[in-house]
Design a protein around this ligand. Structure first.
Ligand SMILES: C[C@@](CO)(OP(=O)(O)O)[C@H](O)COP(=O)(O)OP(=O)(O)OC[C@H]1O[C@@H](n2ccc(N)nc2=O)[C@H](O)[C@@H]1O
Ligand SMILES: Nc1ncnc2c1ncn2[C@@H]1O[C@H](COP(=O)(O)OP(=O)(O)O)[C@@H](O)[C@H]1O
Length: 302
């Protein structure tokens, strides 16, 4: 018996960041859009818990119990009082440490896959609760589509999306650590009065209408100055994508993946080709959103 779950990456079309909280996290108004780049997590019964990974970035993925997929299996097994003896295999297509929630995707995917394998029948609420325990972005990986995340990003409100948005993603030559980018945000903002984060009404409107021009005018990422400060070359990639015809360009979440919104699929392909030939990025991909959240795609009998 084995179960395979497919989980999408995300781009943050708005990431408003408040001041650091006493627990070290930051309150956010985090507008997530799931996009069609996917990891697949396959779970199979085994003698003991074990993680394997394949894909271009596989060598950067931890295979011990710090892997979010392993942590998800352990969290659900603990709640059910069972042994998490499974083999978790991750087919990884989402860039690692890229600001596209790849680890979170694997956490949500493993959770859903183990739930199905073990017949644990966890409710949506319990699954979301475990996801929030695993990380701020993990609940969104489970639900997909588009959502506003508040608190540290884990409290979700689903958002209406009136069309398909076409994106180009440029993967950088190295990763950026999320905590390091938040620390740099704190350092850059030292002494400033940081307002409470709020979702942008024009942005929510643009999503609801499916209007790429309006969305391009409204996107924002408060972590972008911090990501650029730690990785200044990203500014050149952003400029190259804009010059190639993207409606807008921004850093995805904490980066360093850069995201380019295009008017349609044809324009996205043209922007991708220009970025590819620029030699500035490790890889360039096109993907559209919204994409569905974690979904069981295969369940095979023994
Ligand atoms: C920035 C965002 C935007 O969606 O994503 P990425 O760009 O990393 O994908 C998220 O907030 C990342 O969420 P996630 O990667 O799940 O972070 P967590 O594991 O919960 O936290 C890792 C660390 O990031 C910082 N952190 C995270 C979330 C938050 N609201 N405030 C924070 O300050 C804290 O230093 C925390 O210890
Ligand atoms: N399943 C996983 N896939 C990728 N990274 C993981 C995973 N589990 C834990 N990690 C750790 O989380 C870090 C952040 O990875 P990732 O989720 O890919 O990026 P981001 O937080 O920028 O979206 C990695 O550098 C890695 O050490």
């Amino acid at each position: 018996m084995s179960v395979t779950v497919r989980v999408p990456a995300k781009v943050n079309v708005q990431l408003a960041v408040g001041a650091a909280r006493p627990d070290g996290f930051h309150d956010l108004a985090n507008v997530f859009l799931a996009v069609g780049l996917y990891d697949e997590v396959t779970v199979t019964p085994a003698d003991e818990l074990r993680v394997t990974c394949e894909g271009p970035d596989a060598d950067q993925v931890p295979l011990d119990v710090t892997n979010l997929a392993a942590r998800a299996a352990i969290a659900l097994a603990e709640r059910r009082g069972i042994d998490p003896a499974v083999h978790l295999h991750i087919a990884k297509d989402i860039p690692v440490a890229g600001g596209m929630a790849g680890g979170s995707a694997d956490g949500a995917g493993a959770l859903l896959a183990c739930d199905a394998l073990w017949g644990a029948n966890a409710s949506r609420e319990e699954l979301l609760d475990i996801c929030a325990q695993l990380g701020s972005d993990v609940p969104f990986s489970l639900v997909g589509g588009a959502a506003l995340g508040t608190g540290r990003g884990e409290k979700l409100r689903a958002l209406e999306v009136g069309g398909t948005f076409h994106w180009v993603f440029a993967m950088a030559g190295r990763g950026l650590s999320t905590p390091a980018v938040f620390r740099e945000f704190d350092r850059l903002g030292e002494g400033a009065d940081i307002p409470a984060p709020v979702a942008s009404e024009p942005l929510l409107d643009a999503l609801a209408k499916g209007d790429p021009d309006a969305l391009a005018a409204a996107v924002s990422n408060d972590l972008q100055p911090a990501a650029l400060s730690l990785f200044p070359e990203l500014a050149d990639t952003l400029a190259a994508g804009r010059a190639a015809g993207a409606l807008t360009a921004l850093v995805s979440g904490s980066g360093p993946t850069t995201a380019f919104l295009a008017r349609d699929a044809e324009s996205a392909a043209a922007v991708a080709e220009t970025l590819r030939s620029s030699g500035m990025c490790r890889a360039v991909r096109t993907a559209s959103g919204p994409a569905p959240g974690a979904t069981v795609v295969r369940a095979a009998g023994a």
